[in-house]
Design a protein around this ligand. Structure first.
Ligand code: SF4
Length: 92
């Protein structure tokens, strides 16, 4: 299943609603290697690099992601689903 499909199934969030506006620019840049908007784009590209990004595994980013998208995407749920997928793959 694609990353988009995994995220949709496990979080109920459809990242296709993201229009790359970059409004989810949260203030924890020292813990991020890529912006949240880019993390979403990696999901759309089905690029598994999303699963290894520092951004995904920062607990500060995860916390700050709550309500970060002003356009209806629950980024906290998206990140949690990605983390679960990464853990699932590592346990193969
Ligand atoms: S604010 Fe929401 S719609 Fe805009 S880039 Fe971030 S995730 Fe996408």
């Amino acid at each position: 299943m694609s990353l988009h499909g995994v995220v949709k199934k496990n979080s109920g969030q459809d990242v296709y609603v993201c229009h790359a506006c970059n409004d989810c620019d949260i203030d924890v840049h020292d813990e991020m290697d890529i912006p949240l908007a880019s993390l979403v784009q990696l999901i759309l590209l089905n690029d598994e690099e999303a699963l290894q990004s520092r951004t995904l595994w920062s607990d500060s980013v995860l916390e700050a992601s709550r309500g970060a998208c002003k356009h209806g995407l629950d980024l906290h749920a998206v990140m949690t689903a990605l983390r679960e997928e990464s853990t699932r793959q590592a346990g193969k």
